[in-house]
Design a protein around this ligand. Structure first.
Ligand code: AMP
Length: 216
């Protein structure tokens, strides 16, 4: 049988169709939110439910810092002040991490991108892999509530950037100045959704799952 001059009993043809279906079913998500909004916690739930690879640039930097790698030493000076690490460094680290998972079903990016440059390069990078961002979810929590959450997290984890109010304020400023423009970047692509990040952890997950299921 022929269709548009293509033999239907042809392994290449069906292989290509399967590949297209695979690309369409891949989910690549971005989880946004100010420091302490619960990105890491919720990313773990989303990862399990949709079988995704969870990539947190904050965790990658902290791993490098605890192993005293060159990257860790470089990142430390920025992270300790609550400043963003420079784009080139962050992007290189992220691309290397994505490349270690060639067979992933999809990714959940947590804490990346945080600047317009990072978002633009992420789109370009994903397109070289025939991938794209499916949607972006922002966890919304009031800054006053976040300060309390971060201070109590800092007491448990010992994270220096969670223990000092002026560093926390600086991280909020970095978010408001450099990360919040991304809301519009993804809105104009119809890929931006807000989720109320206050309440019971399981309720917040349910809101995120609904947002994904309704918009994917
Ligand atoms: P997080 O755990 O996501 O709050 O990240 C902790 C710190 O790591 C941030 O305050 C930044 O200094 C740095 N960091 C994490 N992700 C990025 C990123 N995408 N761009 C720049 N710096 C980052």
């Amino acid at each position: 049988k022929m269709l548009f001059g293509i033999k239907l009993f042809n392994y290449w043809f069906w292989g290509y169709i399967c590949f297209l279906i695979f690309l369409i079913t891949m989910i690549n998500l971005i989880l946004f939110g100010k420091p302490g909004s619960g990105k890491g916690t919720q990313a773990e739930f989303v990862k399990k439910k949709y079988d995704l690879i969870h990539i947190s640039t904050g965790d990658l930097f902290r791993n490098n810092m605890s192993n005293n790698t060159d990257l860790g030493l470089l990142a430390k000076s920025y992270i300790e002040k609550g400043d963003l690490v420079p784009d080139e460094v962050t992007i290189k680290m992220l691309e290397a991490e994505v490349n270690t998972h060639p067979n992933a079903n999809g990714f959940i990016f947590d804490g990346f991108p945080r600047t317009t440059v990072q978002a633009e390069i992420l789109d370009q990078f994903l397109s070289t892999l025939n991938l794209s961002i499916s949607l972006t979810i922002a966890l919304e929590v009031d800054e006053n509530l976040l300060i309390d959450r971060l201070i109590s997290r800092g007491k448990d984890s010992g994270r220096a950037d969670d223990q000092d109010r002026s560093k926390i304020q600086n991280r909020f400023n970095e978010y408001n100045n450099k990360t919040s423009p991304l809301i519009n970047f993804y809105k104009i692509q119809n890929k931006f959704f807000k989720v109320n990040g206050v309440g019971d952890i399981n309720d917040i997950s349910a809101r995120i799952f609904n947002t994904i299921d309704n918009n994917i």
